[in-house]
Write a protein that binds this ligand. Structure first.
Ligand code: NDP
Length: 271
């Protein structure tokens, strides 16, 4: 039931019709008994959309592709971390002032830390796009040695220089030594479910493999990693944690992370 007091939250992006954020946030609102609703807004004009957030007193907004960087100059304030990463995925409307945050980095770190003690671990990070930037930030803050491999080698080398990481050519991907592998490319994402960024022989028991692709949630990479006896972490874990962090920024309350993961798994299973 909505009424004249219902608080409105949402996601802006293009496209947004497959977004799982409404599943996360509406599930939490319902369980906590909050009079709030979370909607998906497909946006063509970002400036107008940001004016709409202020004008309609929308309390909080998630930001997805292609607006995570473009929204920065339109906000009143951006957290130091989001500025360093160069991307905002969360906006909080604090009395008409729009403040930008990034929860992708902490979502990824929490997903990793649930399963692996990251201390002194050497991490091979595949990708140099928006998500990879956020994860690089988190891993460096944590003191990890990070090796970046990206299809466009120059872009990978630039990211590595910016965050003081190592970079290696994409062609050497199957020859590198690491304790943790993070796929932050879109390789393996539906409809290209049959693709993996590394050969199965590269994987071995004792390493941890996290794939941030969540559709499908068991990617070919994770399936092969499981077959080789690796510890695995799927993309739903990061998705759930970044959503939980958004909710906490907006409301100051901590949601039940296991319940969020369950909601996501059920929804993806149905799709
Ligand atoms: P970007 O478009 O910013 O980056 C895409 C990355 O994938 C680039 O590094 C790109 O390399 C690489 N890539 C794309 N196609 C190929 C290919 N065929 N072979 C090798 N590399 C390739 O996207 P994002 O960083 O925002 O997202 C990346 C993935 O992560 C998506 O699948 C997205 O759904 C997922 N994601 C998951 C989240 C979660 O919470 N689980 C959160 C955010 C994203 P190049 O630079 O050479 O083009």
């Amino acid at each position: 039931m909505t009424d004249s007091r219902t608080e409105v939250y949402g996601i802006i992006g293009r496209p947004v019709d497959h977004s799982l954020s409404p599943v996360i946030h509406n599930g939490i609102f319902k369980r906590m008994g909050l009079n709030a609703v979370y909607l998906a807004f497909e946006v063509t004009d970002l400036r107008e959309a940001v004016m709409g957030i202020r004008g309609l007193n929308i309390r909080g907004i998630s930001v997805t592709l292609p607006f995570k960087t473009k929204i920065i100059p339109l906000l009143d304030e951006v957290s130091g971390v989001a500025e360093k990463i160069g991307a905002v995925n969360t906006v909080s409307n604090q009395g008409g002032r729009l403040i930008g945050f990034n929860t992708d980095w902490s979502g990824a770190m929490k997903a990793l830390e649930e399963k692996v003690d990251l201390r002194r671990k050497r991490v091979l990070l595949l990708g140099a796009g928006g998500a990879a930037r956020a994860i690089t930030y988190g891993l460096k803050e944590n003191g990890n040695t990070v090796i970046i491999c990206n299809r466009s080698n120059d872009k990978g080398a630039r990211l590595a220089r910016e965050f003081d990481c190592l970079s290696r050519p994409w062609s050497s991907i199957n020859e590198l030594e690491f304790d943790v592998l993070v796929n932050a490319t879109s390789v393996g994402m539906h409809p290209c479910d049959g693709a993996s960024p590394v050969r199965k022989e590269t994987l071995f028991k004792g390493i941890t493999v996290m794939d941030i692709v969540y559709s499908p949630f068991k990617t070919k990479l994770l399936q092969e990693a499981e077959e080789k006896g690796c510890q695995t972490i799927d993309g739903l874990a990061m998705l759930a944690h970044q959503g939980a962090a958004q909710f906490e920024i907006w409301t100051g309350r901590k949601p039940d992370i296991d319940q969020i993961k369950k909601d996501l798994r059920e929804t993806l299973g149905e799709r």
